[in-house]
Structure formats: C-alpha cells, structure tokens
Design a protein around this ligand. Structure first.
Ligand code: NI
Length: 187
C-alpha cells in the first residue's frame, strides 16, 4: 500500500523515533508499505517519520543512485535498518547535492563524513555492525537523521536557509507540484 509522505513542517519530522519492540507484529507490513511508497516516489530511502510513524526504522534502495556512480563497484544496496545506532563517523567531509521526499523540489549541497559504522537489526531481527563509505554512507546518514528529527536543510548556511524560507513554507502548505501522494501540515 502506498502511504502519503509527510511534508516539511510536520512536527513528526522533528521527533526522535522510538525504539521498535521485537514483538511488534505490525513491522513486516510497515516495511513492505514503506518500500512500495519509496519506489512509487522514486526515492532511494524512506524513514518511518516520513510516513507519520515516529519509529527508529528506515528502508533504503540505493540502486538507482549507485548505478551512475563510477567509483561504486557494488550497485546493489537494498536494506532495512531497525533500531540503528551510528557508532562512529570517519574520513573527510564531502559535499553532495541531497534531496528529500518530504522536501520536494529542493536540492542542496550537504557536507557529511565519508565513512560510518552502524549497528542495526535487519527485518529478521539479525544484528549487524557494518562500515559504509561514499554514497552508501551518505544515504544512511540522511535517513538516520530522519529518525533523530533532523532534516538536510538544517545543515545549510544561514543565508541559504533564509533564501529557502518561502519555498519551505509553500511546501508545508501544499503549494507545490506533487509527483506522489503527500500529507501537508498547513493545508
Ligand atoms: Ni529525506
């Protein structure tokens, strides 16, 4: 089922997600719906707060993005992260133009560390600790921010933020061209 994606300005995007309990049997269906919603919107990642659930959960399929990346050997990157914890971030910070399904039509350069180590559970509740770099790390960092109540626009310099203020306000009011189903806080 395709779920409406919550737009910029909704308080759920600013909340810290709650840990998921292992006996929560609504999670497999939620994960399925999140993938369907993400693919429908042509995104490479989607976090639970973006569909209105304040939970520590996000799904990723970076394939479409990694396809065009010369440095990336492994083009497959479909994953579920339950109750993730970033343990460490390393390497140089580099800029990449990010977008977000909750903030359509805005794309801006964001600086992030090149590598990270993350511990999480997959959809079978198997625990993993893994290190990622480059675009894979980038996608994880962006989605991880969502479950911490952080958006990529938070990282922009003050001048840029001021320039985007009106545009962000319009997004929260639903004054945008919509490519997929959304829910607007100020509509
Ligand atoms: Ni996002």
């Amino acid at each position: 089922m395709i779920l409406p994606i919550v737009a910029y300005g909704d308080p759920v995007l600013r909340k810290e997600g709650k840990e998921i309990q292992k006996d929560d049997d609504s999670i497999p269906k939620l994960i399925e719906n999140m993938f369907e919603t993400m693919y429908n919107a042509q995104g490479v990642g989607l976090a639970a707060p973006q569909i209105g659930k304040s939970l520590r959960l996000f799904v990723i399929d970076g394939g479409p993005l990694l396809e065009d990346d010369e440095d990336e050997q492994d083009k497959e990157f479909k994953k579920v992260f339950i109750n993730p914890q970033i343990l460490d971030e390393q390497g140089d910070e580099w800029a990449f133009e990010e977008g977000c399904l909750s903030i359509p039509s805005i794309r801006e350069d964001v600086y992030r560390f090149d590598q990270l180590t993350i511990r999480y559970f997959d959809q079978d509740w198997k625990e993993h600790t893994e290190t990622y770099e480059g675009l894979k790390a980038r996608i994880i960092q962006h989605e991880y921010d969502h479950i911490e109540g952080v958006l990529f626009t938070d990282y922009l310099p003050p001048l840029k933020k001021r320039l985007l203020k009106r545009k962000l306000e319009n997004i929260s009011k639903g004054k945008i061209d919509m490519r997929y189903k959304m829910k607007f806080p100020k509509k």
